[in-house]
Design a protein around this ligand. Structure first.
Ligand SMILES: O=P(O)(O)OC[C@H]1O[C@H](OP(=O)(O)OP(=O)(O)O)[C@H](O)[C@@H]1O
Ligand code: HPA
Length: 183
């Protein structure tokens, strides 16, 4: 099934039923791994909102949930693109932190995020990402302990992920259809 989002055509890649199954398994694993602790789940806005909501329904241990945003803006020519974590209100010192993301693509965002959050001296830090693009990653993310799907280097939308701000509401995940080169 093909759909149009803004000016791009997309085709079905991962159905919601499959997503739900993977989330159920990750939830079971988290319940075991964090038994007896009270972890803080940190959703990275905007893309993680549906994933985090479905994931939390599978979590049975005592836990807290909060959200942050990574603001991204152009620095000067020496610093390039600068990313900064905003909106964190909880004290993470000595806490077990689980960062919840929709996608780790190049890994640049997660690398920045981990550097900043580690400075707050949590007891532990793990990353839980719905999607990972191993062939695109420029940083090794050792903390990437929970991954629902590894995908190829396609651009994807749906289930929280956007293209030009659109498509986050799609229930399934779609990949961009390659446009044949005109040359
Ligand atoms: O691994 P990377 O190449 O750094 O890409 C991953 C980041 O890109 C997306 O965020 P985006 O900045 O598009 O914001 P959004 O969550 O609001 O869509 C996604 O949610 C990750 O945070
Ligand atoms: O493939 C993607 N789709 C949507 N947002 C993204 N942010 C990084 N990679 C992607």
């Amino acid at each position: 099934m093909k759909i149009q989002v803004d000016d791009k055509e997309f085709e079905l890649m991962i159905e919601y039923e499959q997503i739900k199954k993977r989330i159920r398994l990750i939830g079971i694993q988290l319940n075991v791994d964090y038994e007896g602790r009270v972890p803080v789940f940190i959703g990275v806005l905007n893309g993680s909102f549906l994933f985090l909501a479905d994931l939390m329904k599978e979590i049975e241990i005592a836990s807290e949930v909060t959200f942050i945003k990574v603001s991204s803006y152009e620095g000067d020519s020496s610093t390039g693109r600068v990313k900064k974590v905003i909106g964190l209100e909880l004290d993470l010192r000595k806490r077990d932190v689980i960062i919840v993301e929709d996608i780790v693509d190049t890994g640049i965002t997660m690398d920045h995020l981990l550097t900043e959050l580690k400075q707050l001296e949590p007891a532990s830090i793990a990353v839980c990402s719905l999607l990972v693009k191993p062939q695109s990653m420029q940083h090794e993310i050792e903390e990437l302990d929970y991954v629902a799907f590894e995908i190829p280097n396609d651009f994807v939308v749906g289930y929280g992920l956007d293209y030009n701000g659109l498509g986050r509401n799609l229930k399934d995940i779609y990949r961009a259809v390659a446009v044949p080169s005109e040359t």
